[in-house]
Design a protein around this ligand. Structure first.
Ligand SMILES: O=C(O)CCC(=O)C(=O)O
Length: 258
């Protein structure tokens, strides 16, 4: 029986050496524009429908989780549990290049932790520099890895994500060493890339949202992975609907932890 990663077509060589080096040394990499215009338009349309339909409840699966409690964020709109909210989102956690990058960081035993939407609202969206883990870890002992699918062009003007390169290797977390994690960091970079791009970043890298200075929301979907031994942010097996299970592949089910 081949490992599910082989069935996904995840083999050495799928990622260039420079991509692997960037993940290792800087802690992040752009995989380029993996969504074309029709895919992007379909995803944006579905997101608009969900925001309208869910109203004040949008993101409730994230905020009400008994497992990993996520504080409600006034400066951003959220949607959660996107695995079960339409086929248009399937590619965002099953794309072979994405899986190759995630497994490069976490090793072969991964699963999807959550698939959520976040949009920095106009003139809001600033987040503290943070990591997506409770404590500092030793370099190489990584438990979580994130990716961000850009639904809009990202720029310093519209609340793009900031990252502090190489901090996944520093063995420290921002809240323990920074006087004010809300402030700009001298070494931070702000992502700039066209809509449709996916950026993979080690979740132990210091990162956070910035202020959206425009009058349009800055939209993105986070496809967030952990090692299989961790508790996922969304209980994927519990939440998986009959419709999802009938639609997705055996490999996708494996990624949900089945
Ligand atoms: O959407 C972003 O720019 C970053 C979001 C983030 O890091 C988070 O919500 O933990």
């Amino acid at each position: 029986m081949p490992h599910p990663l082989e069935i996904f077509g995840v083999q050495p060589g799928l990622l260039s050496q420079s991509v692997r080096e960037s993940l290792d040394t800087l802690g992040y990499v752009s995989l380029g524009r993996l969504l074309d215009d029709p895919q992007l338009e379909a995803i944006r349309k579905r997101v608009r429908q969900l925001l309208d339909a869910e109203g004040d409840k949008a993101g409730h699966e994230l905020f009400n989780s008994e497992r990993i409690r996520h504080p409600k964020e006034e400066g951003a709109d959220r949607l959660a549990n996107l695995v079960n909210k339409g086929a248009d989102f399937d590619a965002l956690y099953t794309h072979p290049k994405l899986i190759a990058a995630i497994t490069h960081v976490l090793g072969p035993d991964i699963k999807l932790s959550s698939l959520n939407y976040r949009a920095a609202k106009p003139r809001q969206g600033l987040q503290k520099l943070h990591v997506d883990w409770k404590t500092a870890v030793k370099p190489g002992e990584f438990n979580v890895c994130n990716s961000i699918w850009l639904l809009d062009d990202f720029s310093p003007a519209n609340g793009a994500t900031r990252l502090v390169p190489r901090t996944h290797l520093c063995g420290q977390i921002p809240e323990e060493v920074l006087d004010d994690p809300l402030q700009p960091h001298p070494d931070e970079i702000i992502l700039e890339a066209p809509a449709g791009t996916v950026i993979v970043f080690n979740s132990h890298l210091w990162h956070g949202g910035t202020v959206n200075h425009t009058d349009q929301p800055r939209r993105a979907i986070h496809s967030y992975f952990c090692t299989r031994d961790q508790i996922s942010q969304t209980p994927q097996q519990e939440f998986a609907t009959q419709e999802t299970l009938a639609r997705i592949s055996v490999e996708a089910k494996w990624l949900l932890g089945f």
